[in-house]
Ligand binder design. Structure first.
Ligand code: NAG
Length: 498
């Protein structure tokens, strides 16, 4: 991932003024150009290098790409493609496939440049804002697959040597208004439609708004400014039923906004009370995984009805209350070793969703960093917050366990992509305090074949319901859990970072 924010080199300590924002904006632009340029240059160099190194006569016989998934991943069970969810989306009652005209249907808004090819956390944080924008503009949100690879000729993609589904229909991950479900009573907004339906109803007569038409007049990367810019533009097109955000230059909310620490405060009071968040729900598939694993991550002493049996109309705050006694830790491993070092080099702040106004833990990049580098002491500080080792994790948990919000904690659940052996070592270290009745991790969940490929959403749901949550300020998976906790009225001091 590219650096999300850069420390201001100016040395000014005043509040960000327009000039400074402008500077940061320019700096980021140049950074993007610089990075893109560098990548293009290195690719070019590589091509030249490879050409010179290997004389044509000695070129190896081209290795033919295996044609079927079975040949590509021999002996491996192929992941599910969730056709029943796609069929459900197809059959939503607001889709009038056979209507002779779509003139009486609501206005729609489609964002073809939405992100793809990242973890669920990254994709979901953007979906929430895209749906919010469509809602504000009084247009039907056009929802889309969680897409790893948009090439429809390939149902499966390779992830570290293993097949994963190239796409997961969004309704296999979430429910509610974002994926075409009903709005809560009293909300008069058009129902979301699927991407396929948009193509069916709109492809021949859509109006495309180039990104620059809006963003050239938006002077910050903050969500409120971007949203206002787009809502005004869309209102000027109220007579057009089919409007598309130009795929050029990226979607309305990009990685720069999601990495900007001041991006959220302006929009938060409105966003948190919007039906996008108050009636957000995870899919039945995800909730069933929660129910069947409940005794693993949060053993209960009284019989509670299963979450998946709760009526869908229930607001999120009642559907997803805190699980008393549960402490959830989100610990990123694997690729984060390199990612955290990279964040240190660019003096990154926590992500936008992890910098909501009421949160007690802030991270101010320590002084001393320069363009693309940082001091060893600062790098160590970043690692402590972003890639803590077992001793640091145990110490932080001890500190948080002393707080008021932590009263009555009994069980620990570790959300992690760490290797099983490392996780077992961590569980033993946490257990050594004698404080916990039970310590479990993502590795202990029992998931069926369809749940296995949406496991990040299962973890997110467990994290958002913890009595106390300690997350990673640079993780978007953490960020979504944080947003849900805060929107659902959890006490702010129950949401902490490493
Ligand atoms: C969504 O994903 C499914 C499953 O791979 C695929 O059949 C469908 O065509 C995709 N939809 C779009 C609009 O790409």
């Amino acid at each position: 991932m590219l650096p999300t924010t850069r420390k201001d080199a100016s040395g000014f300590h005043a509040k960000p003024d327009t000039a400074l924002l402008c500077l940061r904006f320019l700096a980021r632009r140049y950074l993007v150009f610089g990075v893109t340029g560098f990548v293009v240059f290195s690719l070019l160099l590589r091509t030249l290098y490879v050409r010179r190194e290997i004389p044509v006569a000695e070129l190896p016989v081209p290795h033919l790409e295996p044609t079927t998934p079975e040949e590509r991943w021999p002996g491996m069970r192929l992941p599910p493609l969730y056709p029943q969810y796609l069929q459900y989306e197809h059959q939503l009652p607001q889709h009038h496939w056979n209507a002779p005209s779509h003139a009486t249907e609501p206005n729609m808004f489609w964002i073809p440049g939405h992100s793809a090819g990242s973890g669920w956390g990254n994709i979901m944080q953007e979906i929430l804002l895209n749906a919010f924008l469509a809602y504000k503009a009084n247009r039907a949100f056009v929802f889309y697959n969680y897409t790893w690879n948009s090439d429809l000729s390939q149902d499966y993609s390779d992830y570290s040597g293993k097949p994963i589904p190239s796409r997961v229909p969004l309704s296999a991950l979430i429910r509610g208004p974002i994926v075409g479900g009903a709005w809560p009573s009293g909300v008069n907004a058009p129902l979301a439609v699927s991407e396929e339906y948009w193509h069916h109803a709109c492809d021949s007569r859509k109006v495309v708004v180039p990104r620059a038409d809006v963003h050239d007049h938006v002077s910050t990367w903050f969500v409120d400014a971007i949203t206002t810019g787009w809502v005004n533009k869309l209102h000027s097109l109220d007579h057009e039923q089919c409007v598309e955000a130009g795929g050029d230059g990226g979607p309305p909310y990009t990685w720069v906004t999601f990495g900007e620490k001041d991006a959220m405060p302006g929009i938060w009071p409105e966003f948190r009370t919007s039906p996008i968040l108050t009636h957000f729900a995870h899919s039945a598939l995800v909730e069933l995984a929660f129910d069947t694993n409940r005794e693993i991550f949060s053993p209960s002493s009284v019989l509670e009805p299963p979450l998946s049996a709760a009526p869908l109309a229930l607001p999120a705050a009642q559907r997803y209350p805190a699980l008393p006694g549960l402490l959830v830790l989100h610990i990123r491993r694997g690729d984060y070793a390199g990612h955290c070092a990279h964040l240190a080099r660019w003096s990154s702040t926590y992500l936008a969703y992890n910098t909501l106004p009421e949160l007690p833990d802030r991270f101010d990049p320590p002084p001393g960093g320069a363009w693309g580098e940082n001091t060893p002491e600062n790098v160590a500080l970043y690692m402590q917050h972003c890639f803590p080792d077992i001793a640091q994790i145990v110490r932080r948990v001890e500190d948080v366990a002393q707080t008021d919000a932590a009263r009555g904690l009994e069980h620990v659940y570790v959300m992690t992509n760490g290797a099983v052996s490392w996780v077992e070592e961590l569980k033993a270290a946490l257990g050594a305090s004698g404080r916990w009745k039970h310590v479990a991790s993502s590795r202990d969940l029992v998931l069926n074949w369809e749940q296995k490929y949406v496991a990040q959403a299962v973890d997110m749901l467990i994290g958002q319901r913890a009595q106390v949550f300690i997350g990673n300020g640079w993780s978007s998976l953490t960020g979504n859990a944080v947003v849900m906790r805060m929107a659902n009225g959890f006490r702010p001091d129950s949401t902490r970072f490493w």
